[in-house]
Design a protein around this ligand. Structure first.
Ligand code: NAX
Length: 333
């Protein structure tokens, strides 16, 4: 079998890290051949063309073809999986309205091109920020594609939370289960460990043991863990001098691999259009705990939300509602 995969912003940093992992079989496994379609804007074409030359030099056995284009119609024609990475990130002094308008100009037309040409089984993950609202805009321009095929990436935040717990508790990351990122991929997100377990024991209990009581454990969550995860992108920039790249590409691969092959180890976190669960307004692209079953995401239902979780989720959802109102006002929905 062969899968057609489109990567937008393929000449940029995350695109560069993604391409070689996909060509090596990390996304779909060692038996699935891939056709890559790289979409760039004219100024980014040389970067994508250079990456295509290096892909050729990798002599990847699974890689059937690589096409580079600045035409979204060509890039999304027949695509089964679309990584929407290219976007207009916020630059110094940019107002939020300008940011949302610039991205509306990217994700509206890309939604239309997906609607016109993508394969019936297309799966879409938006990486480019503001990821949740960019996914909302793209979905609004693709009336023939079921809206649940449009997702946004919060798996990097999820993996960051798992990484923090794994280090603190001295266990392999694979033993940390059922962490959740709620809300927006932004500083308001809520990384939630209330239902997380390690080796069958609840993380809240393990944290209370580690910090000498529930009150101290909650203080650590509120003052250290949550801000550390939510602001990890800024920490990476400060230490590395450049934003997260390989970890972002890795998370995007995890997201799509689990979507296609199913979640293995409990649930994960995915930003997807709300069905009204947990009082998140229907249609809003918000992060939830989710399992992939038979190739589709299912929100994990009926988790208890206590007075620590509920207001934090509500605050992040309120930010998403504001973003939706802003793009509506701009005529982007
Ligand atoms: P780069 O600036 O290295 O690459 C972006 C590329 O996108 C550029 O080559 C640019 O020419 C291209 N591009 C811009 N508009 C385009 C369009 N309309 N069509 C096709 N290509 C277009 O950024 P990079 O470090 O790769 O990051 C990409 C995006 O990921 C940014 O928006 C960034 O904020 C976002 N991130 C999202 C994360 C997440 O967890 N959701 C984490 C990592 C990252 O910060």
């Amino acid at each position: 079998m062969t899968t057609t995969i489109t990567i937008t912003g393929a000449g940029g940093q995350i695109g560069y890290a993604l391409l070689f992992r996909i060509a090596a079989g990390d996304l779909l496994g060692p038996d699935e051949r891939v056709r890559l379609k790289l979409l760039e804007i004219p100024q980014g074409l040389r970067g994508a063309e250079g990456a295509a030359l290096e892909l050729q030099d990798g002599a990847f056995g699974l890689l059937e073809s690589v096409d580079v284009t600045d035409d979204a119609g060509v890039a999304f024609d027949g695509t089964n999986i679309a990584f929407l990475v290219g976007s207009r990130p916020r630059t110094a002094g940019m107002e939020r309205g300008d940011l949302l308008a610039a991205n509306g100009g990217i994700f509206g037309p890309q939604g239309q091109a997906l609607n016109a040409g993508a394969a019936d089984d297309v799966r879409i993950v938006v990486v480019g920020n503001p990821a949740n609202t960019n996914a909302l805009i793209a979905a609004a321009h693709a009336p023939d594609i079921p809206s649940e095929r449009f997702t946004a990436l919060t798996r990097l935040d999820h993996n960051r939370a798992v990484g923090q717990l794994s280090t603190l508790l001295g266990v392999p990351a694979s033993e940390v289960r059922d962490v959740t990122i709620w809300g927006n991929h932004s500083a308001t997100q809520f990384p939630d460990v209330a239902h997380a377990t390690v080796g069958g024991r609840g993380v809240p209990e393990l944290l209370a043991e580690r910090f000498g009581g529930e009150v101290a454990a909650r203080a650590w969550l509120a003052d250290e863990f949550i801000p550390r995860v939510a602001k990890r992108g800024a920490e990476i920039i400060e230490v590395r001098g450049s934003s997260s790249v390989a970890s972002a590409a890795n998370a995007a691969i995890d997201h799509v691999r689990d979507w296609v092959h199913g979640t293995q180890n409990g649930w994960t976190s995915v930003a997807l259009p709300s069905d009204g669960s947990y009082d998140v307004p229907a249609g809003l692209v918000s992060s939830f705990p989710a399992r992939s079953v038979d190739g589709a995401w299912q929100i994990v239902r009926d988790l208890d939300l206590d007075d620590f979780a509920a207001p934090r989720i509500a605050a992040s959802v309120a930010e998403l509602v504001e973003e939706r109102e802003a793009v509506r006002t701009l005529g982007l929905l």
